[in-house]
Design a protein around this ligand. Structure first.
Ligand code: NAD
Length: 314
């Protein structure tokens, strides 16, 4: 049975904790947050407001880091130096040099580390990657990816609105699409970029050149309460593959229309969670790497370096 601890019981922990709770081969024994009220609803867990104290008092196989971005690398290193495997929310850090620091700590201590870049485990995005690799609809010609939302006034201590702590839209939202592009299509060149950054909003538009095709990507925190939207549309030689308006569709020649939404439901196995739960997929994947001593191949250090390098240039 894996003994698991979660640190940072804010917004995204609400997607991680139910997964650990539903897993048969893991037990979430302790949680940690500086705000005790965030932990109240989780019964039967040992609760800490100090991470060092939690590490001193408990034994863990895995620590799951759901802290604000600027704390990720230091907390990951601290846990791994005690011989604990770490899964950490994105981004690994705002600084490229932290990739080396984190991965060399993992290696030195013979533990596993993974950044939870969730689109790599998101069924619609996995299907898109498969369509690209199999050339089922011919070669890829162009793509568009968007991730739009409103200014995150809700975060603890306003950390998300503080560029030094969150990196703003590039590191908070655009990172998802860029990380997926690097994972699925390789390392691109930035051929166009535009950013409009103001005290209460942030927007980036970037074109990525992959040699044979180009992908445009937009991400925003608008000052208005624009509804959260994450979509893509890819033009292949023989079809358009679109994940828009809550549906994954193929639009082919001669009025061909295929709804892939059900196929994109994925499979979380026999754990008691919705089938299309990418957070479950990433956590189950990492736990399997730990239990069966497999390399964490799905998220690679070089890809993370490339992503941070580009994000720091926007
Ligand atoms: N993969 C995704 O889809 C996704 C979505 C949202 C957020 N995230 C990432 O998850 C991370 C957390 O984001 P969030 O929205 O949950 O933020 P949040 O502000 O809601 O939660 C962070 C929590 O950390 C706690 N905290 C702060 N300092 C601490 C410390 N020293 N020790 C213990 N607890 C501490 C805060 O009290 C808060 O409860 C971010 O890095 C973000 O990029 C990922």
């Amino acid at each position: 049975m894996l003994k698991v601890g979660v640190v940072g019981v804010g917004g995204i922990s609400g997607a991680h904790i139910p997964v650990w709770e539903a897993m048969e081969n893991a037990e979430l024994t302790a949680i940690c947050d500086i705000r005790t009220e965030r932990m109240e609803k989780y019964e039967g867990k040992r609760k800490y407001t100090d991470f060092d104290e939690m590490l001193n008092n408990e034994e863990f196989d895995i620590i799951d880091i759901c802290l604000p971005t600027y704390l990720h690398a230091d907390f990951a290193v601290k846990a791994m130096e005690r011989g604990i495997n770490v899964i950490c929310e994105k981004p690994i850090s705002l600084k490229e040099e932290d990739v080396e620091r984190v991965y060399s700590t993992a290696e030195k201590n013979n533990v596993k580390f993974m950044v939870a870049q969730v689109l790599r485990f998101w069924p619609e995005y996995e299907l898109l990657k498969e369509i690209y690799e199999t050339k089922k609809y011919g070669k890829l010609l162009s793509g568009t990816m968007t991730r739009l939302g409103c200014y995150p006034r809700w975060s603890w201590d306003g950390w998300m609105m503080d560029e030094k702590r969150s990196g703003l839209v590039p590191f908070d939202l655009h990172i998802h699409d860029l990380d997926f592009m690097v994972y699925a299509f390789g390392m691109p060149k930035v051929s166009y970029k535009y950013r409009s950054k103001r005290p209460d909003q942030d927007f980036v538009s970037v074109s990525y050149d992959f040699g044979e095709f180009s992908i445009n990507s937009e991400a925003s925190w608008y000052s208005s309460c624009y509804p959260f939207t994450a979509e893509f549309r890819f033009q292949f030689e023989d079809a358009v593959v679109a994940n828009e308006n809550g549906k994954m569709m193929i639009f082919g020649r001669d009025d061909l229309k295929i709804d892939l939404s059900e196929e994109a439901e994925g499979d979380t196995g026999n754990i008691n969670l919705p089938k299309s739960n990418a957070y479950a997929n990433e956590i189950i994947y990492f736990a399997d790497c730990v239990v069966n001593n497999k390399p964490v191949e799905k998220v690679k250090a070089d890809e993370l370096r490339c992503v941070l390098d580009i994000l720091n240039s926007l």
